[in-house]
Write a protein that binds this ligand. Structure first.
Ligand SMILES: NC(=O)c1ccc[n+]([C@@H]2O[C@H](COP(=O)([O-])OP(=O)(O)OC[C@H]3O[C@@H](n4cnc5c(N)ncnc54)[C@H](OP(=O)(O)O)[C@@H]3O)[C@@H](O)[C@H]2O)c1
Length: 218
């Protein structure tokens, strides 16, 4: 697929590199410097290039939305209207100082995104893992047991595309159902981040939630 990366920071840079390694044609966009985007494209190999958000979006089969919540309007102003596009969002609706979710409870960032872009196919995925674990998961993707990764959305085509990308990174995709399930995954993502960065488990704790009571369970 052609995958446009909107936000080439920790998540966008890592996922973009992995999508390219898995054989997708990737365009890195939206960072503070063009040099960084070019470097990411160079490092990701022949399937990758750097571009402006509009170029990343133009012919994309899927877009990864991976920016801080406060950048949402700027990104969508730059890409313009995207009717029918699949947008996989890993973004969490954090407040400006990253201390709490700006949207939670009766809605979620994913649902707010869908309201903002009513004609796009929004799927929420990848936000429940710290970016550090992504390369390890990719390296182990041929193992019989893979870590699970949940996703949710209201559009079946969008979900099919997201599941393929999730599988290509090395996870076993688990369909949680409707986009409103993001009301539960987004706070869960904060729990994982707190344990990973403040607890003793480190980012690898993200693997361990999948099997309660199992061999590798917690
Ligand atoms: N990091 C994780 O482990 C993780 C895990 C789950 C979910 N998430 C969510 O994923 C989203 C992205 O997180 P992240 O950690 O990848 O964030 P990040 O590292 O800060 O990346 C954000 C990207 O936006 C770019 N950007 C910021 N301000 C900009 C501006 N004014 N103009 C142009 N580009 C600008 C940054 O540019 P530069 O590259 O130049 O800095 C960077 O490429 C967030 O919503 C976060 O909550 C992150």
């Amino acid at each position: 697929m052609r995958v446009g990366i909107l936000g080439s920071g920790l998540m966008g840079a890592k996922l973009g590199a992995l999508f390219a390694r898995a054989g997708h044609d990737v365009t890195f966009s939206y960072a503070r410097s063009e040099q960084k985007l070019k470097r990411l494209a160079r490092e990701a190999g022949k399937n990758a290039q750097a571009g402006a958000p509009r170029e990343a979006a133009q012919d994309a089969d899927a877009l990864l939305f991976a920016v801080h919540w406060s950048r949402m309007d700027d990104v969508f102003r730059q890409i313009g209207d995207v009717p029918g596009k699949v947008i996989v969002s890993c973004s969490l609706p954090m407040n400006a100082d990253n201390t709490e979710l700006a949207i939670a409870g009766k809605s979620s960032g994913a649902e707010a995104l869908a309201k903002r872009l009513p004609k796009a196919r929004i799927v929420s995925a990848f936000n429940t893992v710290p970016s550090e674990v992504l390369f390890d998961v990719f390296a182990g993707r041929r193992k019989a047991t893979k870590p699970s990764l949940v996703y949710c959305g209201d559009d079946s085509r969008g979900k099919k595309v997201a599941a393929e990308l999730i599988r290509d990174v090395g996870f076993d995709p688990v369909d949680l159902g409707a986009l409103r399930m993001a009301r539960y995954t987004e706070p869960f993502a904060l729990l994982v981040a707190q344990i990973a960065y403040e607890g003793k488990g480190g980012p690898a704790i993200a693997y361990r939630f999948e099997r309660f009571g199992g061999e590798r369970g917690v």
